[in-house]
Design a binder for this molecule. Sequence first.
Ligand SMILES: NC(=O)c1ccc[n+]([C@@H]2O[C@H](COP(=O)([O-])OP(=O)(O)OC[C@H]3O[C@@H](n4cnc5c(N)ncnc54)[C@H](OP(=O)(O)O)[C@@H]3O)[C@@H](O)[C@H]2O)c1
Length: 327
Amino acid sequence: MEANRGTVCVTGGTGFIASWLVMRLLERGYSVQTTVRPDPDGSRDISFLTNLPGASERLRILTANLGDPESFGPAIEGCVGVFHVATPVDLEDKEPELVITRRSIDGALGILRACLNSKTVKRVVYTSSVSAVQYNNDSGDNTLDEDSWSDVKSLGELTMFRGYAISKTMTEKGALEFGERHGLEVVTVTPTCVHGPFICPKFARSVQMALALVLGNENDYSALLKISLVHVDDVVRAHIFLFEHPDAKGRYICSLATMTIEEMSKFLSKRYPEFQIPSTESLKEVKGSGWANFSSRKLLDAGFEYKYGIEDMFDGAIQCCEEKGYL
Ligand SMILES: NC(=O)c1ccc[n+]([C@@H]2O[C@H](COP(=O)([O-])OP(=O)(O)OC[C@H]3O[C@@H](n4cnc5c(N)ncnc54)[C@H](OP(=O)(O)O)[C@@H]3O)[C@@H](O)[C@H]2O)c1
């Protein structure tokens, strides 16, 4: 463990990415105040957080809900930085997009206001998504960078991810504008599909999606037609890197590699012969539009280095799923 670096807040500590971030921040010597949603009957098991190394001395868990933006105030008080990771994730669009978007924007703006009022927060790192980058007329075979924004009006045809893409786009824009207007440093990380092991008990949705060929989840195959992936530890390292970087500014795409469903089928069949992976021939019928190509040149030029390859993502995810009984 390194020297105490001050206190930071992580919103949504029970989530896939946020719980990994809490773990790495504690290892790095930060004190962490993380928020979880209220649990009136106290049935939720958060021992995966409270048992982390350093947690008994330097982790505080507070309750907050994006539907009540002011509830984040106590967790932000006295912090030097805030990682706003929590989001109303609803990839299946069960709730009306307007409701999700309102909750996401109001929650983020409430958190930013609390940061401003604290007088101690130096920088906010917001976890956005390439859903806020890729849905516009420039996608297709072009390689997209941070100048590209999803056009919320052109999302009409998108069936999966629609509400999510709208809420991520509008919240990221709103957060960056708030920072500009009020002189608060706001940096955003826009990851592609985050893959790898997880410490939270819930089966991380993006890992489920990336493992669809292993799990036989045919509903997710269309999302794999062409998908960009990044390891959860690299995403978390990028958050901390950008928080600590003296000159970080604006958005940063975080993505390692892109693969097609055929490439994934061949890769998985060869590396994990113990699983029944659908053949490339059988996947020819899968319909969908595939993800765009993304450049994370801005992050690399700032000095960030990716540590993990595609093999590490699948090895880590599969081993973790076997240990947790999901495979
Ligand atoms: N995973 C990916 O591939 C990926 C890619 C790009 C960007 N992202 C972004 O990364 C962030 C974390 O995603 P994740 O994959 O870690 O998802 P996750 O595991 O579902 O985590 C989402 C977190 O948000 C919390 N949350 C949901 N609704 C809330 C509300 N109304 N109030 C307070 N907290 C609420 C959840 O709490 P509960 O545990 O109580 O449900 C959970 O802690 C999100 O901002 C997401 O958009 C993820």
